[in-house]
Ligand binder design. Structure first.
Ligand SMILES: Cc1cc2nc3c(=O)[nH]c(=O)nc-3n(C[C@H](O)[C@H](O)[C@H](O)COP(=O)(O)OP(=O)(O)OC[C@H]3O[C@@H](n4cnc5c(N)ncnc54)[C@H](O)[C@@H]3O)c2cc1C
Length: 385
């Protein structure tokens, strides 16, 4: 067994959340080591890239406030990565259209619109650009493959990002600042009483650190028994399809969403992404299924029949790390010195992840936090009903 010189921090997991945590740690001079097993089904690798918290009415006001701050942090982070010559991120503000296709959807669409506008008025702040109803003809002009729509709501602040590119960019920038990255699996934490000393890897090595961050996405629960507390995160499979429209400039197209969780996201390389399934109870089986592809194509082509001639480019599948209440689990593990959690981001980890990583890094370093995260502590699951 090999033992290393101690690190300030070890991060378990090289998805967007772990990479962001590591990037912000090394940016503050912390000697950091990141382990990544690169599981098939890594959510970041499959994520669609929608950054549009204002369109979400599912999650609580607490989530909304945090998410607005998180997406507000994107331009600063992307500018910094550009300065650091860390490569493309695919980030861009593109807006989002939420549409009702059938007349039967209009009551639900109106109800959703009222909720969206109410929350926006209460929480988005006076400078936030207005969310407005747009004429169906205008919606069609902005996204030409679209079916005739009954109603359309426009979110001008919505943006998109390429999760793979952003992760690679964070990793490159962090490596320039001294981040050590080890492929491989962390099998156990090294504990002494209620204090963490480091980790054991699958190759039998031990690495010591003052802090260990569990950012293992859907696989985070591995460490529950050792911590003596359940980390209530389960995999939810998501399947998604990429189409290419040769010769079509899709770069300026908005994201399009419907009342269900399905959507279309366009990128600048003549690519449109049709997403996504939400398969609770999928277990750790990152498989692409006939039913999954049928579902995204069926909804996607009803929404935008003009995509029918698109070439099938790529099918992706990822396991979303779903916490029991759908909110992230962030911050210090109560009663255990040196263990921090950064997991459970579910369907919104590309939106929240870069900021979550920043704030968790601040907590590890004893700095003041850019946002309160007490409400996301794992403590909420330990308190009981
Ligand atoms: C189809 C789909 C579409 C999505 N679309 C969006 C979207 O539009 N907008 C949005 O905001 N979010 C979206 N999401 C959600 C988002 O992708 C996730 O919330 C986010 O990527 C989670 O990041 P993560 O770092 O926590 O986990 P992951 O990206 O899954 O990374 C976890 C990493 O930890 C590693 N790991 C785990 N355990 C260990 C261990 N013991 N040792 C070493 N390594 C370990 C794994 O191998 C993996 O590489 C989508 C997800 C899917 C599947």
């Amino acid at each position: 067994m090999r033992s290393s010189r101690p690190y300030d921090a070890i991060v378990i997991g090289g998805g967007l959340v772990g990479l962001s945590t590591a990037y912000h740690l090394v940016s503050q001079g912390a000697k950091t080591l990141l382990f990544d097993r690169a599981d098939r089904g890594r959510a970041t690798t499959a994520g669609a890239g929608i950054l549009a918290p204002e369109a979400n009415i599912r999650d609580s006001d607490q989530w909304y406030r945090f998410a607005l701050q998180a997406v507000g942090y994107y331009p600063e982070l992307v500018a910094r990565l550009e300065e650091e010559q860390a490569g493309e991120t695919g980030y861009g503000r593109c807006g989002k259209l939420l549409v009702a296709i059938d007349e039967a959807e209009i009551p639900a669409f109106d109800e959703l619109t009222a909720k969206v506008l109410d929350r926006h008025r209460r929480l988005a702040g006076p400078d936030a650009p207005a969310i407005t109803l747009v004429d169906p003809a205008e919606a069609h002009a902005w996204f030409p493959p679209l079916a005739p729509v009954q109603k359309a709501l426009y979110f001008p602040n919505a943006a998109r990002v390429d999760g793979r590119l952003l992760s690679a960019s964070l990793q490159r920038a962090a490596a320039q600042k001294g981040l050590a990255v080890q492929p491989g699996s962390v099998e156990a934490l090294v504990m002494e009483g209620d204090r963490v000393l480091g980790v054991h890897t699958s190759s039998g090595d031990r690495y010591d650190a003052g802090a260990v961050v569990i950012a293992g996405g859907a696989w985070s629960q591995t460490f529950s028994r050792q911590l003596g507390m359940a980390i209530p995160v389960e995999p939810q499979r998501g399947q998604i399809l990429h189409l290419r429209l040769p010769g079509v400039n899709t770069g300026g197209w908005p994201i399009v969403g419907v009342l269900s969780d399905h959507y279309l996201v366009s990128f600048s390389d003549s690519r449109v992404v049709l997403g996504a399934t939400r398969e609770d109870g999928s277990g750790f089986l990152p498989r692409i299924t006939a039913a999954g592809m049928y579902e995204v194509l069926d909804v996607g082509l009803r929404l935008a029949p003009g995509l029918a001639a698109g070439h099938l480019l790529e099918m992706r599948v990822g396991l979303r790390p779903m916490s029991q209440d759908g909110l992230p689990i962030l911050g210090a593990a109560p009663g255990i010195q040196g263990v921090f959690l950064a997991t459970g981001h579910g369907p919104t980890g590309l939106q929240l992840g870069p900021f979550s990583g920043k704030v968790v890094a601040q907590q590890i370093l004893g700095q003041s936090l850019d946002a309160a995260i007490d409400q996301f502590s794992i403590q909420r699951f330990l308190d009981g009903p």
